[in-house]
Design a protein around this ligand. Structure first.
Ligand SMILES: [Zn+2]
Ligand SMILES: [Zn+2]
Length: 293
C-alpha cells in the first residue's frame, strides 16, 4: 500500500509543470535572438525622469540603511534611424498621487507632457511590467485608443490589468484589452532589430526585461523593477516593501543572474528604472541621453 503511494507521487513529480523550475536565462541565446530580425539596430537610448517618490533606501534594498533615497519615475526611448520605440509610458498626476499615499511628491508637469508627446509619436510602445507608473500612460489617458494599436502588452500583463490592477485607473475591460497588441512567449521574444524581450515574472506576473544592442555594439538590459536600486543587483538583495507582492524565489534567481552579468559583462549596462543615482551617472558618462527626441 505504502509503495503504491510513493510510486504515484513519483509520477506526479515527473509531470510537474515547468513553472516550478527556478527562473533562468542565457545571455548568449538572448544575443543571438537580438540578431535574427533583419534591419539596423537602434542608435541610442534616452531616458527622461518625470516624477519622484521619496522612500528611504531600506524599502528598495533589504538591509540597507534607513536613509533618504529618491525613486525616479522614468521612461526610456530606443532611437532607430527611422523612428523610435518607447519602453514604459509614464503616468498622469492622478496615478502618481496614488503612489504618494497621502504625501505630495514631485511631479514635473513639463516633463510629463514630453512623455505624452513621445508616446504619441512612437512607432511602438513596450512596457516592462503592468504597474501604474509604467503602464498608465497607455491606459489612463485621453489618447488610450490611439496608443493601444501600437502598444505591445504580454498576455500576463493583460491578465493582471483585467483582474488585479494595481489601482482602479489602470483596470482594463475585456473590450479595451482587445485594442492592444497582446503577445505571449516562453522565454525570449525577438521584438525588432537589436531588441529582445525576456520573460521575467517575479516583481509582477507580467514583468519582462528588455535587452538592447545598439549599432555601436553597446548592450543594455532594461530590468524595470526587478531591482529598484542597483544595490539590489550588486548585493543580490530583494526589496523590503510590504505593499507589493513579489515571487521571492524568481526574483532572487533574477538578481543572481543579473549579479553575474554585472560582474563579468563590462560592455552591458544593466539599468533599473527607478535608480536615480544610476540615471545621473549614466547620463554623465554618455551611456544614456537625457532627453526625449
Ligand atoms: Zn513595479
Ligand atoms: Zn515602478
Amino acid at each position: 500500500m505504502k509503495k503504491t503511494f510513493h510510486l504515484s507521487m513519483l509520477v506526479l513529480l515527473f509531470v510537474s509543470p515547468q513553472k516550478d523550475q527556478v527562473w533562468t536565462a542565457n545571455i548568449d541565446q538572448i544575443r543571438h535572438a537580438a540578431r535574427i530580425i533583419p534591419g539596423k539596430a537602434p542608435l541610442r537610448i534616452n531616458v527622461l525622469k518625470f516624477a519622484e517618490s521619496r522612500r528611504t533606501k531600506n524599502f528598495s534594498v533589504k538591509g540597507a540603511p534607513n536613509e533618504p533615497s529618491v525613486q525616479a519615475r522614468t521612461v526610456f526611448q530606443l532611437v532607430y534611424a527611422d523612428g523610435y520605440v518607447m519602453v514604459d509610458s509614464g503616468m498622469d498626476q492622478q496615478v502618481h498621487n496614488f503612489f504618494g499615499r497621502g504625501v505630495v511628491e514631485p511631479y514635473d508637469a513639463e516633463s510629463a507632457k514630453q512623455v505624452e508627446r513621445a508616446v504619441r509619436g512612437a512607432r511602438a510602445i513596450l512596457v516592462t511590467h503592468e504597474h501604474g507608473d509604467h503602464v498608465a500612460g497607455v491606459i489612463h489617458t485621453p489618447f488610450a485608443s490611439e496608443l493601444a494599436s501600437k502598444t505591445i502588452l504580454t498576455r500576463d500583463q493583460v491578465q493582471t490589468l483585467l483582474t488585479n490592477p494595481q489601482m482602479p485607473e489602470i483596470k482594463l475591460t475585456p473590450e479595451a484589452a482587445g485594442r492592444y497588441n497582446v503577445v505571449d512567449y516562453e522565454k525570449y521574444l525577438p521584438f525588432g532589430p537589436g531588441v529582445v524581450l525576456i520573460k521575467a515574472p517575479g516583481h509582477t506576473p507580467g514583468s519582462q526585461m528588455i535587452y538592447v544592442v545598439l549599432a555601436s555594439g553597446k548592450e543594455y538590459l532594461l530590468i524595470g523593477d526587478t531591482a529598484w536600486h542597483m544595490d539590489g543587483v550588486r548585493n543580490v538583495k530583494g526589496k523590503d516593501a510590504p505593499w507589493i507582492q513579489e515571487d521571492e524565489n524568481a526574483l532572487m534567481a533574477q538578481l543572481n543572474w543579473l549579479n553575474g552579468l554585472y560582474k563579468t559583462e563590462k560592455n552591458l549596462f544593466i539599468i533599473a528604472s527607478h535608480d536615480d543615482e544610476q540615471r545621473t551617472d549614466l547620463i554623465k558618462r554618455g551611456i544614456l541621453g537625457n532627453k526625449l527626441e
